[in-house]
Write a protein that binds this ligand. Structure first.
Ligand code: MN
Length: 133
């Protein structure tokens, strides 16, 4: 008999669970809508602390992280994830509102594997996300 914990991890593995950390309702809705439709198991968090809490309970295969977040920003949340050896292998992709070069470097310095620009482009979003699995 498979334990609840093991089943949860197995499901996350099969479904390719994605955690979206985003405080902007429209961006969150759009990202979730697109990824749901593609068959991903989407979970969400609205701020940095909420994100760390979700990651402690779930095992997402990928994290999409807005950088401007209440309570704990995306940079610090990413640094904490990368400092935890249990979590550090989970790719974190920054969702950046500003396509400024300095911002991109800052996300990579914090430990992000890459970034996707907002507003989300529904025609390219899934392909961009798939690159990071
Ligand atoms: Mn934000």
């Amino acid at each position: 008999m498979m334990s609840r914990e093991l089943w949860r991890k197995f499901k996350a593995f099969l479904m390719k669970q994605i955690l979206i950390v985003e405080d902007d309702e429209k961006s969150l809705y759009l990202a979730r809508f697109i990824l749901d439709k593609e068959g991903y198991d989407v979970i969400e968090a609205r701020d940095g602390l909420d994100a760390l809490d979700k990651i402690a309970k779930e095992t997402p295969a990928l994290i999409l992280m807005d950088m401007q977040l209440p309570k704990l920003d995306g940079y610090e949340a990413t640094r904490r994830i990368k400092a935890d050896e249990r979590l550090s292998k989970i790719p974190v992709i920054a969702l950046t509102a500003y396509a400024m070069r300095g911002d991109r470097e800052k996300t990579l310095d914090a430990g992000c594997s890459g970034y996707i620009e907002k507003p989300i482009d529904p025609t390219t979003f899934v392909e961009e996300v798939k690159k990071y699995f």
